[in-house]
Design a protein around this ligand. Structure first.
Ligand SMILES: *[C@@H]1O[C@H](CO)[C@@H](O)[C@H](O)[C@H]1NC(C)=O
Ligand SMILES: *[C@@H]1O[C@H](CO)[C@@H](O)[C@H](O)[C@H]1NC(C)=O
Length: 145
């Protein structure tokens, strides 16, 4: 009798646990669908800087948006940055005594694009929205920005 009572309780506990796990697995896709990809992208700016110079070149030292610490980019190396979309973001690059200073992001000229790519070459900085078609935006100036 006592044994039967126990196994009935164990069964109830097992059934309850199954029900709870079911609810958890039902709840998970539900919360995911309420945070969809376009919501997540709404306020995020993605910036990519890639040093496309030939391998024998010196580092490019990139200062993002007036930050004091630069990022060293060897030829063939890239740097990506997430930021907000509020206002212009500058980037100052130094290479071999030359400077190239750009607006890495300028909301008035990006046409609503939230991904902006920069390719840094021996003749200057190239801009793209798709990391494939490039337009030259700025050359290097010796010893000043
Ligand atoms: C995702 O979010 C966008 C913007 O808020 C909305 O228009 C769209 O209906 C949502 N899609 C789904 C599947 O919830
Ligand atoms: C841009 O394209 C280059 C060359 O295809 C690739 O190496 C790089 O990872 C791409 N950058 C991003 C941020 O996708």
């Amino acid at each position: 009798m006592w044994c039967r009572y126990l196994s009935a309780r164990v069964l109830v506990v097992v059934v309850l646990m199954c029900l709870m796990m079911n609810e958890l697995s039902l709840a998970y896709p539900f919360s995911e669908s309420s945070l969809n990809a376009s919501d997540a992208n709404i306020n995020v700016l993605f910036l990519s800087f890639f040093n496309g110079m030939s391998p024998n070149n010196k580092n490019v030292n990139l200062f993002y948006n007036n930050q004091k610490d630069g990022v060293y980019l060897l030829p063939g190396k890239g740097f990506t940055k997430l930021d907000n979309l509020n206002g212009r973001k500058s980037a100052e690059m130094w290479w071999n005594g030359y400077c190239c200073s750009i607006y890495a992001y300028d909301p008035s000229t990006e046409g609503g694009h939230q991904k902006v790519y920069w390719l840094i070459k021996e003749d200057g900085a190239y801009h793209s929205w798709d990391n494939a078609s490039w337009q030259k935006r700025k050359g290097w100036t010796f010893n000043k920005c």
